[in-house]
Ligand binder design. Sequence first.
Ligand SMILES: Cc1cc2nc3c(=O)[nH]c(=O)nc-3n(C[C@H](O)[C@H](O)[C@H](O)COP(=O)(O)OP(=O)(O)OC[C@H]3O[C@@H](n4cnc5c(N)ncnc54)[C@H](O)[C@@H]3O)c2cc1C
Length: 439
Amino acid sequence: MRPEDFDDNRSFWAATAPPDVACAPLSGDIVADVAIIGGGFTGTSAARELRLRRPDLGIVLLEAKTVGNGASGRNGGQLLNWINGIGTDDPSLTRRVWDATLHGIERVLARADAATAAGRPVRTTRHGALDLYTDPRRAERAQAHAAHLNSLGIPVQFAAGADARALLGAEGVAGVVWDPTAGVLAGVDLLRATKAELLADGVRIYEGTPVLRVREGETIALDTPGGTVRAKALVLATNGYTHLLGYFRGGVFPLLSHVVSVPMAAAAWGAAGTFSDDMDRISYGAHVPGENGAGELVFGGGSNTSYTYRYGGRTGGDMGAAADTAVRKKLAHYFPGAAEPSHRWSGVLGITLSRRPSVGRRGNVYWGLGYSGHGVTLANLAGEILADLYVDEADRWVGLPIVHATEGVRPFGWIPPDPFRWVGYHAYTAMTGRSPRRA
Ligand SMILES: Cc1cc2nc3c(=O)[nH]c(=O)nc-3n(C[C@H](O)[C@H](O)[C@H](O)COP(=O)(O)OP(=O)(O)OC[C@H]3O[C@@H](n4cnc5c(N)ncnc54)[C@H](O)[C@@H]3O)c2cc1C
């Protein structure tokens, strides 16, 4: 494990979040019922949901840097429905996925509202998310698909022309599908509020505490620089960093994504909350309203250069000037008058070849990872699923094809190791302009 794998979070979200007091690193050996590695949405929601179901459990959360330092504190802010890698052709599966993710969105927003009411403000909006279509034929197909979703009772709406422009003041839009139930979440705000709640509820949180090695057994030992945690169960909540611990190295790969934020008035942006475009190298944006009609647009993606796989699965560091230029070029394409960025940062996604995540269990090891860019809702939902698996009350998740709790099931496909992975990734993306994927 290299220190540079855990660089500092310089996102707009971190820079503008309520202040936080760091927890001390682990010093000495301790025991717990459940040890959680990772202080992002997966780890904190798992701790919270376990605490709700079993107030008696001794829960320890270990975070290499600070809570919210990973993707949960660096993302595009989109609180979305749907699960990447699961199509929407099968009506009953479509409705199942919609119901699960809508439940996830509502639970996150309820948690944010409760934290705000308790004096720990969490910035959210609920103005919906747009799927943006840049090509008239794709827009036409999207309109037909929206009608199909409506027939299942899913309230998305297609818009084009002036109606689309009122939702999003961007150039080059052939049409949009608006999901009015989606939102925007300032992840660092929610994580800091949850951290305070967990500490008050007796969860032991150690920051600045990288787990260097996991030794499995009936009691699992987690070695850190300051001591060892011995626990009866382990939750891997390490998403794009999971390979660093030797888990799922062939299944989940770390992909870096570069992001900027620019000041943008609410009137210039439009009425929606977020958008993602229809390109394989997806562009995404979320608007955070400020005071007196001001605001900030968080924007990322858009080209091969603004996403990258780094040799050896490195997860940290600045993606550099080329990525920054590429993101800004795409930003100028959609928003020609955009201001200069006020913040720029990179973060690590956990990507699978099928794009499907997995939330599961093998013996006393639990995991939730591989959200493939859709984890703001899903990683928070994972906490609920993991806690239900832990207490053996997970019937409500049966049939949701991201839950893997049967012995012997391999949740992900296989991706060859480096150097083949690095060469393959870069050759494929250079030749096709797309990211490798397999159904
Ligand atoms: C740039 C970017 C934009 C994104 N935009 C969106 C979006 O708009 N909408 C959406 O739904 N999803 C988005 N995502 C994805 C989403 O943010 C993630 O799927 C989600 O936050 C994952 O949460 P997590 O808790 O599983 O992982 P993380 O938030 O990455 O947390 C893992 C934590 O584990 C810690 N850790 C790792 N290894 C160790 C170790 N050995 N010891 C101790 N601690 C360790 C890390 O420091 C980190 O804090 C985006 C991701 C990125 C990077």
